[in-house]
Ligand binder design. Structure first.
Ligand SMILES: [Zn+2]
Length: 492
């Protein structure tokens, strides 16, 4: 058993020493450490619990900076181009890039919805899990699965394609769901990682992209193995409108009727949730992963975090993937969560506070990940996942309210060191576990190779873009009982 004592640091609520034994915080305050304890000097540092990213996509990191004016539906159309033809080594590499970025920006655990085409594989999941272990961060690895392509998921979209393109998108068909389910079961049965470090979950991608039988089977499998369920819910207005059309009720009501919604369920985005949806999620003890950056980046709209909290929904905060919100910076995600709330109306008392935002990005996300109160807090009994911020960095000069500054001022540049499970992963601004120069070379090799391999997929995207890009926005003009767009007034 290894004992550490972190001396001289400042916590969000005042100065205190922290005793860490075997990766766990055992005491905070005026600590009398055993004589053989290793001392960590935290003078001049602000210590905060590692931020927890409630929603990201490991496969997205090799696609960083590829799309500009993309809606969710255009991003999905671009999937084969930006994610196609990946080897197991590519799956490891793309996950490693994101994990490295997250820890260097103060995030110590994430919920990663990773995808493989045409179905998840044990090998691919092991590659992704290995990347998190190498970096030294915690992750919930949820393979995204679907059995319906975008073109069949959006009512009328397939028919809008010319016959030649209809034939071409045939090759994007996903594996039949029993095959994906079998691979998931194999991955869950043979899970090799310590579940306190990298644990599995199940992620039916988007309700419209999964048949009902498949979603029910996913929920059964998740419960059989005691793991989380995570799906994108009402992210875009296209999804919300198509959901009403297909199911005759909202996506949340439909998922609930199938038995998916429970305390282990996380709804990603939830931009177009109505009050009843939120009540339903809250009543079942479910979580929402709020991704304000991605929601703006993809033009999905402004999710109403205040209303979610009022209804009693557990809210976590996520960055979403690098292929749709560029960086994986949880400080930025917190700041955006605060700012998005403030453009939703003049009643400033209803804006989410910095305390609420920080709570969502730590304890709220931790609950969504299924880690309960073991992470996302600095308290005895919690994992020693601790971020050390340099108080001599310009972000912290002067230091007024630390929570306010953490949400509104900090951008990751004051991160000095990051401890995860009592082990320093970042120290003195250097990532100790990964050679970044080698990572850059490997990433460039993969990028160049994949660019060639996916040339045809890119061409296919370019032919599909004008059709998807006009059909979906037209669908989004349909009336819907709530409006989550910013400066857009629906035609009367
Ligand atoms: Zn997502």
């Amino acid at each position: 058993m290894r004992t550490l004592v972190i001396r001289g640091g400042r916590l969000l609520d005042g100065a205190a020493d922290i005793l860490v034994q075997d990766g766990l915080i055992t005491e905070i305050g005026n600590v009398r450490a055993p004589s053989d304890a290793q001392a960590v000097d935290a003078r001049g540092k602000l210590l905060h619990p590692g931020l927890v990213n409630a929603h990201t996509h490991g496969h997205g990191n090799l696609g960083k900076g590829m799309g500009d004016r993309w809606t969710v539906e255009l991003l999905l159309t671009a999937g084969p181009w930006i994610n196609g033809n990946r080897s197991a080594e590519d799956k490891y590499l793309t996950t490693l890039i994101g994990a490295a970025e997250m820890v260097m920006k103060g995030c110590t655990a994430c919920y990663d919805l990773t995808v493989e085409f045409p179905a998840p594989s044990v090998e691919g999941l092991e590659a992704a899990g290995r990347a998190y272990r190498e970096v030294g961060m915690r992750a919930v690895l949820a393979p995204m699965v679907a059995d319906i392509t975008l073109f069949d998921a959006i009512p009328g979209l397939m028919q809008a394609l010319p016959a030649a393109l209809q034939k071409e998108v045939e090759r994007l068909r996903l594996a039949p769901w029993p095959t994906s389910l079998e691979h998931l079961r194999r991955a869950l049965q043979g899970w090799k990682f310590d579940r306190d470090e990298v644990r599995p979950a199940v992620a039916p991608t988007i309700p419209l992209h999964c048949s009902d039988e498949f979603m029910v089977a996913c929920a059964r499998l998740a419960r059989e193995f005691g793991v989380g369920l995570h799906t994108h819910v009402s992210e875009s207005k296209v999804q919300a409108v198509a959901g009403l059309k297909k199911y005759g009720r909202t996506l949340t009501a439909h998922l609930d009727s199938l038995g998916l919604v429970g305390p282990d369920f996380t709804a990603a985005h939830g931009v177009w949730l109505d009050d009843e949806d939120m009540q339903r999620l809250a009543g079942r003890g479910a979580s929402v992963a709020h991704n304000p950056g991605s929601n703006m980046r993809l033009g999905s709209g402004l999710a109403d975090m205040r209303r979610m909290l009022e209804h009693g929904v557990n809210v976590g905060i996520g960055t979403d993937g690098a292929n749709c919100s560029d960086n994986l910076n949880m400080y930025e995600a917190m700041r955006l969560a605060s700012l998005v709330s403030k453009v939703q109306g003049p009643e400033w008392q209803r804006w989410v506070s910095t305390v609420e935002v920080l709570n969502a990005a730590t304890a709220g996300s931790a609950k969504a990940l299924g880690f309960g109160d073991k992470i996302g807090r600095l308290a005895p009994g919690c994992k020693a996942d601790i971020v050390f911020l340099d108080l001599e960095h310009i972000n912290w000069i002067p230091l007024n309210d630390p929570v306010n500054a953490l949400v509104h001022v900090e951008d990751g540049t004051a991160v000095h060191s990051v401890m995860i499970g009592g082990r320093m992963v970042v120290e003195n601004r250097r990532l100790l576990t990964v050679d970044l120069a080698k990572l850059a070379r490997d990433a460039e090799d993969a990028r160049a190779r994949l660019e060639k391999l996916n040339r045809d997929n890119r061409t296919l995207y370019e032919r599909l873009e004008p059709i998807v890009g006009s059909f979906c926005p037209a669908l989004a003009k349909a009336p819907y009982p709530i409006n989550r767009y910013g400066a857009w007034t629906p035609a009367q």
